[in-house]
Design a protein around this ligand. Structure first.
Ligand code: PLP
Length: 408
């Protein structure tokens, strides 16, 4: 008898985006003349930069001739791309990451979801609340949790991110082995300073724990004092893996490319307490289960690091951050508390005593604007909404004018 993985039954059905779509459709049907503006789902809206398209085309053209054709590439990614990543994203920030510590992949969702496979089933996992759902759900699938009750899975150590702690997770009271951190954060848009990250690095060192650091939104950091990589913190390469993505950095959500850093001095421990190389384990896993990102996509990603590419991508990010500024100003002028939007494309708005779905309905029905109810990201999001800056300037300006009118 073919038996199912029972852990899948524990998964809380994720109705967030389908529920949003249902409510939006109903509203649109009742109000066919209204132009709804969507500031909900975190997907980019601008075309790939011209330099990136040029690199992409070049890669495709090379596939058209026997002399330059490429078949299977290295599972870890081509060296031409890994060298550029190491130099521009890490050496430029004083972080000593070498190209062979970089694993190119088809995006951070797969890597953040798959990485937990390397660890024992009975480790203690600490996850922030609210959170990007992939961290939690993949641990549920792997059987590291009990049932879902009162908005939480048994067995997970939740780290509440609230106004009182500046939306930064606090060190857990009990010992944990695996810690998920994400800065700039999705959904809250909060960031962490070097000093704040150092607390976690020190904790991990003292407790033989590991940090999985998701930096998918690092390119939105404007404040030069903030760390863009966890490896700016001394000693982090011994206790942290970092996930990166070209999705929000260069508009690759549909093109698919990201990478994961697994430093060679990062160790894990077997059941007898003996050290094992995490790099060797991930290399084995990656080359067994993954067959590399397509050559043209890696050429497109390489172009992100050219002079032209850097300038164009920077402009795109500035465009979204300008949208974020407009959203922040509006939310502030309406008297709401919020976090994010300064070094992130997301603004996390406190609905005060309002439930996040009521707040969502209010914006939809009064302003024809779609946001994301915070409850979809965890129990701590129940009185918040997330507004995304990923849209055109025109749409964001119109949406904010409508909000001002509707909520004044
Ligand atoms: N990590 C976070 C925090 C995200 O918000 C997202 C996408 O929204 C991802 C990872 C996934 O990125 P990718 O498109 O590279 O799979």
């Amino acid at each position: 008898m073919i038996r199912a993985n029972d852990n899948y039954n524990k998964l809380k059905a994720s109705y967030l985006f389908s529920d949003i779509a249902k409510r939006v459709d109903e509203y649109q049907q009742k109000n066919p003349e209204v132009q709804i503006i969507k500031l909900g789902i975190g997907d980019v809206t601008r075309a790939l930069a011209p330099a990136v398209i040029k690199g992409f085309h070049k890669g495709v053209d090379e596939m058209a001739s026997d002399a330059t054709f490429r078949g299977y590439g290295p599972e870890q990614g081509y060296e031409f791309l890994r060298k550029k990543i190491a130099k521009n994203d890490f050496h430029a920030r004083g972080a000593d990451i070498s190209p062979d510590e970089i694993f190119v992949s088809d995006g951070a969702k797969c890597d953040t979801g798959n990485f937990q496979e390397l660890f024992a089933g009975d480790i203690k996992v600490a996850i922030p609340d609210p959170v990007y759902p992939a961290y939690l759900d993949t641990n549920v699938m792997a059987g590291r949790t009990g049932e879902f009750k009162d908005g939480r899975y048994k067995g997970i150590v939740y780290m509440d991110c609230l106004k009182e702690n500046n939306f930064l997770p606090e060190l857990p009271c009990e010992n944990v082995d695996l810690i998920y951190l994400c800065f700039p954060n999705n959904p809250t848009g909060s960031t962490a300073t070097k000093e704040e990250l150092k607390v976690w690095v020190d904790y991990a060192k003292e407790n033989k724990a590991l940090i999985l650091f998701d930096a998918a939104y690092e390119s939105y950091i404007r404040d030069e004092a903030l760390p863009k990589t966890i490896y700016e913190i001394e000693g982090a390469s011994k206790v942290a893996v970092e996930f990166r993505s070209f999705s929000k950095t260069a508009g690759f959500t549909g093109t698919r490319c990201g990478f994961t850093i697994v430093p060679k001095d990062c160790m894990v421990f077997d059941s007898k307490g003996r050290k094992a190389s995490l790099h060797a384990m991930w290399n084995r896993r990656h080359s067994t289960k993954f067959n590399g990102v397509s050559y043209p996509v890696q050429k497109a990603a390489e172009a992100v690091y050219s002079g032209e590419g850097k300038a164009q991508v920077k402009q795109q990010i500035a465009y979204y951050l300008n949208n974020a500024d407009i959203i922040r100003e509006t939310v502030e002028s309406l008297g709401f508390d919020y976090v994010g939007g300064k070094n992130s494309p997301y603004i996390w708005v406190d609905g005060k005593d309002r439930d996040s779905w009521d707040f969502f309905d209010l914006l939809l029905t009064r302003a024809s604007v779609v946001c994301t109810p915070g409850a979809g990201f965890g129990r701590c999001g129940r009185q918040y909404i997330r507004i995304s800056a990923f849209n055109s300037l025109e749409n964001v300006t119109t949406a904010m004018a409508r909000l001002k009118e509707a909520l004044k």
